[in-house]
Structure formats: structure tokens, C-alpha cells
Design a protein around this ligand. Structure first.
Ligand code: GLY
Length: 614
């Protein structure tokens, strides 16, 4: 009951931005949420006037989009907070993070708590059976990046997803143990906590263990995700026992108990990374892999490592963007596209205008062609990063954009196509000190390979599908990539995950990121453009329909409600093939540079999500 109240807070009818501004810093409401063994109180405050561009006088900043979209966006209002904020796409995980912050933990403590809580409350996507990336800005000014992406098993080979004729075998990289990369999440979270957290592993894992052991009550959005894969989950005995629900659809209000996962998490809380990588958990995964034709070995687990790197960095209109370097393509592709776009007056053209959509699409077409050609795991392939992020390279690509015509992708020099999965999860955290953490982690497709090893209680990833099975052939997510991302033992597959922290004058301004395969890059980039160029508040920037272009297929994807019929006709006349599709999901936090007030926004597309702070 109380859980539902928390959800309503996020989606309650919003007041127009002017009214929001008038409310100033006053605390507006408080929410109290009861979950299995977890009580959290979170107060949210109204936020002050944003220091971003005002709406053009007398006109809506949404003048170019259809009337229904305009009306909804004009009302969208974020959750406000004065000190700290957590935004995730599962409300109990958000509240676990807020609870840690209120106990005095910092943003890293909270991020680790949320990572484990999502592994329980969002079994499709939150995980300990996958991997990811963490971008961190510390209040003392240091900028850090943690790579805990999965690695290919040592027995992996470039042709492992091809048949004798050299054709890609459908499903091998997504639905079998051959699709499993060595998971990195447990080592990643532990490494971040040990280095920059302040609390013990046991303490930050407590909410997750309780949620798994005692169960939690499903919200509608949770039930929807489970029901979307119920048939597949029921094909595998271990998955069926926990998630199959006897084949009956789950509904909001049902309780999901994960006793095996609770035991696994207890082992990790007691034994740390060794329990996972050197103990009974690794043993159980290898045993299941052996039994089902996989190639994972104990050595894969024992030799797995995570690495600290420097985030990719670029400047955009006076803001510093910090994001994911290779083996993610996210930060590099986004910075390249932003570099191409910066000279254009996007704010004057307007959100959703034909001109904006055209130049955005053309910048992305060129940035993705670059991505799919050059990017891979830098431990295995040379990536000319300096050149790709140089002003001269952006200028070269910009000069090929035609003002009134789409460029066919076949005319963009490069040879390959690219790929990725869809069902990642992103969360953002800011603490009262000004530490900011953006985490995107994944098991790739919803529920990964849909299989659980023995009694471990968690789904294993199908991240091997992010490799190029065959240059020129699209992967499960429709990306067509090249040799730079071919499978090699111990290599990390190319990702699109883009956990991003944007700084203004060295202080956090925006923490953002998204799930959604290649669309991650476009969606995250649009969260930046929406606030910087179009002056939207955080909720508007999250709710606003997006656009996406990934070079191949040569299709311009547009979010429902973005384009008017007239704009669609104009873009088609310019040569675009349009496809309407719901794109990306954002879980983001904006900081007002003047007052420090926080605006949090969870994406309504993941309706179980929540922004909360205090
Ligand atoms: N598996 C999705 C990504 O890493 O981009």
C-alpha cells in the first residue's frame, strides 16, 4: 500500500515550471515507505529557478512537438531535494540507497547498496551475473571510472557463434551458456566500496539480502517485466522454480521471494569477492556451464579483474562531460556527436524541430560509423582516441552534412555495421558532500540467458552477444560491428553503456545514463541537450521523446509523440526512413549550479522506478 504511495509521488500531476520556481526551496512533501524489513523516510523539496536557458518569450519551449506531447511536457516536474538524491528504475532500490545516505553513507556506499538491491528487485537487469561501468566525480575534484565489464572466457574463439558454413547460429550468443561472459559486478561493486566507500560490505548489502530473503511486493512495472519473459523463464527448471509462477502471470501486489539469491548474497557479504570468484558460486556456475555445453572455467573466474581508468572527457558549451571510455563506446560516441553538434544553435532551432532532428541524426550517423569501425576493448585493439575526439575530426565529419538532405548511410565512409543488447539498467546518486556516481550495469538482454546456475539464484548474462559474431552481420540488437570487436579470449565485448557525470565549473551539474543498447548513447546525449540547449527541467528532459540513429540500419528512430505529421513529411522528403519506437529510459539528477538544489527524475517507461532524496 505504502509502496504505491511512493510511486504516486513521482507521477503525481505536476505543476507548471513557473509555479515550481515560485515554490523556492520550501520542503513540499515527505514519503514514508515500508518494504520487507526496510523502512525509509524520504523528504523531497521544491527546487529553485533553473539557471538554464529560459523558454523563448511568449512561446512554449515545446512549440515544435504535437499538442498532446507539449501539454504533458509543460506539466512535467521533477522530484526536488536539498541534500542528496538517488534515482533508479526500481523504487525499493532507490529507497535502499536513500536509506544508506541517511545513515551517513556517501554516494559510493549508496551506489553499491543500490547495485545489490537492484540485483534482487529487478532480476531482469540489475545483477550480480553481469557487469558494467561506474563513473564517479568525487567532491575533492577527482574524476574516476571503474570498468567491471564481463570478459570472454579463456576458451572463447572468434568463430564460436558461427556454423560450419560460416553463418551466425541464431540464439547461441543469447540463449546458451556460450553467451555468458565472466561476470564483473561483484568485483566491481566491492572494489568501488573498498576504495571510496565508508561502510562495510555487510552493511550496504543488508537491504538486498532482506529483500531477497523476505521477498518484496511487486509493483505493476515489476510484474510487467517478469510477464514479458514468463514463457522463456518456464523453460528452465531453476528459473521456473523462482520466477515461473506456475506459468500464471504475475500481478502487482504479489510477493517475490528469492531464498537462493539471499544465500548467495550472504556468502558474498561474508566472504567478499573470493566467495564469488574462488568459492562455491564460481564452482556452481562452471558446473552448470559444463553440463550445458558452455566453456566457462574456474580459471576464468580466478583470473577475472576490474580496472580503474580515466573517464572520457569532452567540453560542450562550457560544461565538462565525463563518461565511459572503451571498452564502452558510450562516452566516445557521445562526445564525438556533441563535438559535431556544438557549433549549431540547437536551442534556437528548438526541441523536436525538423532542423534539430536532422542535424542530430546526421551527427549520430557519423559518430556511430566511427564507433562501429574503430571501437573495441583497448587491451586488444588500438583505438585512435585522440584523433576521434579532436576538433578537426568533428569538423571533417560536420562538413559532410547536407543542410536539407539525409546522407544515405552507405555513403558514410566505413565498412561495418554494429551491435548491442537492450536491457541494461542505469542509476544515479548524489550525496550531501557533492560526490556523484553514475552506474550502468547489465546482463544484456532481459534476464540474460534466462538460466540460473544450480542454486545460485541469479541470472547469467548473455554479454557475448555484444561481440561481433561475424563482421557485417547484425547482432541480437541490430547493430553491425567490425573486427575491432571480434571475440578473443579474455577480451571485453564492446558496450554502449554511458554512465555520465556532467560538471559545471568543476561541480556536478547532471548525473545521467540509460539502458537500451545502442540507444543508450542517443538517450544519454539527449538528456544533456535537453537541459543545456533546451532549458528543460529534469523531468521534462527525461520524459521528452527521443530520437536515435545508429548508422545501420539506415533508419531514423523517433519516440512516439516527438514529431508532428508535418515534420514527419518534411523529414521523409529529405530522405529519411522513419520508424516510431519507444527509445531509451533515463534515471537522472540535475543540480542547480547556483543553489545546489537537486532535481531527480525517474523515467515513466520503467513505471516501478523512483527518484527520492532528502
Ligand atoms: N549489453 C549492452 C551494452 O553493454 O551496451
Amino acid at each position: 500500500m505504502l509502496q504505491r504511495a511512493a510511486l504516486r509521488v513521482r507521477s503525481k500531476p505536476a505543476s507548471p515550471p513557473t509555479a515550481r520556481i515560485r515554490r523556492g526551496h520550501r520542503c513540499e512533501f515527505a514519503i514514508v515507505v515500508a518494504t520487507a524489513g526496510l523502512w525509509v523516510a524520504a523528504a523531497a523539496c521544491g527546487s529553485p529557478a533553473p539557471a538554464r536557458p529560459p523558454a523563448p518569450s511568449g512561446a512554449s519551449r515545446f512549440a515544435h512537438v504535437p499538442a498532446a506531447t507539449r501539454a504533458a511536457l509543460e506539466k512535467a516536474s521533477p522530484v526536488g531535494a536539498g541534500h542528496a538524491m538517488v534515482v533508479t528504475d526500481q523504487h525499493l532500490a532507490t529507497l535502499a540507497g536513500v536509506d544508506i545516505l541517511k545513515q551517513g553513507g556517501n554516494a559510493i556506499d549508496a551506489a553499491v547498496a543500490v547495485g545489490y538491491a537492484l540485483a534482487v528487485t529487478q532480476p531482469c537487469c540489475g545483477n550480480i551475473g553481469g557487469g558494467g561501468f561506474m563513473t564517479i566525480h568525487l567532491a575533492d575534484g577527482r574524476n574516476l571510472f571503474l570498468n567491471f565489464r564481463e570478459k570472454a572466457p579463456l576458451k572463447a574463439t572468434p568463430g564460436m557463434f558461427l556454423d560450419a558454413k560460416g553463418d551466425v547460429v541464431t540464439g547461441r550468443s543469447t540463449d546458451t551458456y556460450l553467451g555468458v561472459g565472466v561476470p564483473g559486478t561483484v568485483m566491481g561493486l566491492d572494489t568501488a566500496l573498498k576504495k571510496y566507500g565508508t561502510m562495510s560490505l555487510r552493511r550496504v548489502m543488508k537491504p538486498a539480502i532482506e529483500l531477497a530473503r523476505d521477498g518484496f511486493v511487486l509493483a505493476e512495472g515489476d510484474a510487467e517485466i517478469l510477464n514479458g519473459r514468463l514463457r522463456e523463464l518456464n523453460q528452465y527448471p531453476e528459473s521456473a522454480r523462482i520466477f515461473g509462477h506456475g506459468g500464471k502471470p504475475w500481478k502487482a501486489g504479489d510477493r517475490l521471494v528469492q531464498a537462493h539469491l539471499a544465500e548467495t548474497l550472504e556468502k558474498v557479504a561474508r566472504g567478499g569477492t573470493d566467495a564469488f570468484y574462488k568459492g562455491s558460486i564460481a564452482k556452481a556456475i562452471v558446473k552448470a556451464s559444463d553440463a550445458h555445453g558452455g566453456i566457462l572455467s574456474r580459471k576464468d573466474f580466478a583470473s577475472y579483474n576490474v580496472e580503474w581508468k580515466r573517464p572520457v572527457r569532452c567540453e560542450y558549451r562550457g560544461y565538462t562531460i565525463l563518461s565511459a571510455p572503451p571498452p564502452s563506446s558510450g562516452g566516445t560516441t557521445m562526445c564525438l556527436a556533441l563535438n559535431i553538434l556544438e557549433p549549431y544553435p540547437l536551442g534556437d532551432w528548438g526541441y523536436g524541430s525538423v532542423k534539430f532532428v536532422h542535424y542530430f541524426a546526421e551527427a549520430e550517423r557519423r559518430a556511430f560509423a566511427t564507433r562501429n569501425t574503430y571501437l573495441g576493448d583497448p587491451d586488444f585493439v588500438h583505438i585512435p582516441m585522440r584523433r576521434l575526439l579532436s576538433a578537426s575530426y568533428a569538423a571533417e565529419l560536420r562538413s559532410t552534412i547536407q543542410p536539407d538532405k539525409a546522407t544515405p548511410s552507405s555513403e558514410i565512409k566505413s565498412f561495418l555495421p554494429a551491435t548491442e543488447g537492450n536491457n541494461t539498467t542505469h542509476y544515479s546518486v548524489i550525496d550531501r558532500h557533492g560526490n556523484a556516481v553514475a552506474v550502468t550495469y547489465t546482463i544484456n538482454f532481459l534476464f540474460g540467458i534466462k538460466q540460473i546456475a544450480g542454486d545460485t539464484g541469479f541470472f547469467l548474462n548473455d554479454e557475448m552477444d555484444d561481440f561481433t559474431a561475424k563482421p557485417g552481420a547484425s547482432n541480437g540488437a541490430g547493430l553491425v560491428q567490425g573486427k575491432a570487436d571480434e571475440v578473443q579470449p579474455g577480451k571485453r565485448p564492446l558496450s554502449s553503456m554511458t554512465p555520465t557525470v556532467v560538471l559545471k565549473d568543476g561541480k556536478p551539474f547532471l548525473v545521467s545514463g540509460s539502458p537500451g543498447s545502442a540507444t543508450i548513447i542517443s538517450t544519454t546525449m539527449q538528456s544533456i541537450l535537453n537541459v543545456v540547449d533546451f532549458g528543460m527541467n529534469m523531468q521534462q528532459a527525461v520524459d521528452a521523446p527521443h530520437v536515435h540513429m545508429q548508422w545501420y540500419p539506415d533508419v531514423l528512430y523517433v519516440g512516439p509523440g516527438l514529431l508532428t505529421p508535418r515534420s514527419k513529411r518534411q523529414l521523409q522528403a529529405m530522405g529519411y526512413t522513419l520508424e516510431e519506437r519507444s527509445l531509451g529510459v533515463l534515471e537522472s539528477i540535475l543540480v542547480d549550479p547556483k543553489s545546489g538544489m537537486l532535481e531527480g527524475a525517474s523515467d515513466p517507461h520503467r513505471s516501478a522506478g523512483l527518484a527520492a532524496g532528502y
